[in-house]
Ligand binder design. Structure first.
Ligand code: FAD
Ligand code: DLZ
Length: 509
């Protein structure tokens, strides 16, 4: 018999580890283990989501006649790590081999690759066919290229999948409609509420377990509202396509007071846990466009996120690990300020992003990139510290997707492998894209003085710190030219404010 593993983010009926399963002989092993809940101290909503999805998936497999050996977190004898649980299951079932779909994280892959030797059994590690680009295809695409720009990978993926194509030409004549997608939320536009997913008995039981077992983890568990089954995830997708996708493009980069989710899809938790497949969500968006229910800028903008960014970051992660995790191109060394946990920075945009992160285990892309990420970039927060934060606080966080977004997009730790310039912005950007500054105690127009917006002086301090490094980068020419023209006493005042602020909130050791 085969022992087939299903990990917590592999709750998909089409999982390669379940192909050719023989219900008469094989056993599926699913393991709830402390090690996966605490290697970073995940947000309680993420732990709940994963464990509840696992329990629902196990129930669905059992209903189909599959033999599932399910180890619960509070089972006596649980060794609380994957290797220990596979060893115990081997003693129970005496399998001839282990079959597993490649895991999403490097550390888990390392562990599994050791099993043939440590457990003395053949281990069949299968490709994760849920993604649209397999890793070999990405490696071939990346081979010999100096720069790995997502935009070119995305075009290859459009051609390979036929999504939003007219023959060999992109739908509408352009590959990218991003220029139409940078609007702040217009006055009088109210984003529709996202659907409610009332916790059922299984989820309630998991919530009680998580609350009792991980009381010190950052984040609120009450209000948990994530899909934990494929059916609920499909309902979330359908609601998004009908109600929010039509305006997704327009307001993709917007931020607004009291609006945590705007026109975003809220499907990353389901995609990453395996409850939805990326191809099905792209097909649903394309079908809505072809039926005339969604404009092209919205459908293209959304499909680019899933077919482009999501596949690209996964390819990059596996291409560059493990060295990628150690990158620190900007020599950032400051510790993470305490306000990343308390949400009490006094900066309205930061506190809104951190507050909703605590309450929902969610913030949308621009909050992650241009608020908390931008702050970490400008302040020079050490990559390990900010990286752990992003992996810990979001319900959709897995290292394969979180790490490239953090090191590559947010803090430029990879030195430009992913992004041709750092996403550094002053308060003016946040003011343009949100209404936060209106209710902030800081003055976004002030760069020095007691009410100055910290993003302003931190921005110029960042530019001055890294001027030499970016001198030859044409995309940095404008801010660096402004920096050069700045009177020395003005720059000294800005940098003085920056250092005073940073030494107070994130003192160097
Ligand atoms: P939408 O904005 O509605 O986008 C639709 C889908 O596109 C998302 O569900 C997601 O699957 C995909 N997508 C969009 N942008 C990206 C991207 N940059 N990379 C990969 N997929 C993308 N996403 C995660 O899934 N897990 C993470 O741990 C994660 N960490 C991030 C850390 C930082 C510093 C940054 C800047 C971004 C991170 N992202 C991460 C990407 C993005 O912020 C989330 O995918 C998105 O906010 C999820 O919300 P949504 O489903 O409403 O997305
Ligand atoms: C995230 C997570 C958590 C919190 N708990 C478990 C678990 O108890 N058992 C399990 O199989 N998987 C869990 N996961 C998901 C794993 O961390 C994930 O499979 C690896 O990070 C590989 O992507």
């Amino acid at each position: 018999m085969n022992l087939r593993l299903v990990l917590g983010d592999q709750c998909s009926r089409s999982l390669s580890a379940l192909a050719d399963l023989d219900p008469a002989r094989d056993v599926v092993l699913m393991m709830e283990v402390d090690a996966e809940c605490t290697y970073v101290r995940h947000h309680p909503q993420k732990i709940t989501l994963v464990l509840s999805a696992m329990r629902h998936f196990a129930r669905a497999l059992t209903a189909r006649g599959v033999r599932v050996d399910y180890v619960r977190l509070d089972d006596a004898g649980n060794t609380h790590n994957f290797t220990g649980e596979v060893a115990r299951a081997m003693a129970r079932h005496r399998p001839e081999r282990i079959i597993v779909t490649e895991p999403g994280e490097w550390r888990v892959r390392q562990e599994i690759e050791g099993w043939e030797e440590t457990l003395g059994l053949p281990v069949d590690i299968r490709d994760d066919t849920r993604f649209m680009a397999d890793l070999a295809t990405f490696r071939r695409w990346a081979h010999g290229k100096k720069q790995l720009r997502m935009e070119f990978f995305y075009r290859e993926m459009r051609r390979a999948t036929g999504l939003l194509m007219q023959g060999d030409k992109p739908e509408g004549g352009a590959w990218n409609y991003d220029a139409e997608n940078r609007k702040p939320l217009a006055r009088g536009v109210t984003p529709p509420a996202s659907p409610r997913f009332e916790p059922d008995a299984i989820t309630l039981e998991v919530m009680a377990l998580v609350a009792a077992r991980f009381p010190d983890h950052f984040g609120r568990l009450e209000g948990f509202n994530w899909p934990v089954t494929a059916q609920d995830a499909e309902r979330a997708l359908a609601a998004f396509i009908e109600e929010r996708l039509p305006r997704f493009g327009d307001f993709q980069d917007a931020m607004a007071e009291g609006q945590a989710t705007l026109f975003h899809a809220l499907i990353s938790t389901s995609l990453n846990a395996g409850l939805l497949l990326p191809r099905e969500v792209c097909d649903a968006a394309e079908a809505a466009y072809r039926a005339g229910r969604v404009p092209l800028n919205a459908a293209e903008g959304f499909i680019r996120q899933v077919l482009g960014w999501r596949e690209y970051v996964r390819g990059l992660y596996w291409l560059k690990m493990p060295a990628y995790k150690a990158t620190n191109a900007l020599d950032a060394r400051r510790p993470l300020p305490d306000f990343y946990w308390t949400g009490k920075s006094g900066m309205r945009c930061m506190d809104a992003a951190i507050g909703q992160t605590r309450d929902m285990a969610y913030a949308h892309h621009i909050q992650r990139l241009m608020v908390t990420g931008n702050f970490a970039l400008l302040a020079g927060i050490a990559p390990d510290a900010i990286n752990e934060w992003y992996l810990l606080v979001y319900a959709d966080a897995y290292e394969w997707v979180e790490l490239p977004n953090t090191h590559g997009m947010a803090i430029h730790a990879d030195g430009g492998i992913m992004a041709s310039k750092p996403y550094a912005a002053s308060g003016a950007y946040i003011n343009r894209m949100s209404d936060h500054c209106g209710s902030c105690r800081h003055d976004v127009k002030a760069a020095t003085g007691p009410r100055a917006c910290p993003f302003n002086y931190l921005y110029w301090d960042f530019m001055a710190r890294h001027a030499t490094r970016f001198a030859a980068n044409p995309r940095m020419a404008m801010p660096l030219a402004t920096l050069r023209k700045m009177p020395p006493e003005k720059l000294a005042a800005l940098r003085g404010e920056a250092v005073k602020f940073l030494d107070a909130v994130a003192p160097l050791a």
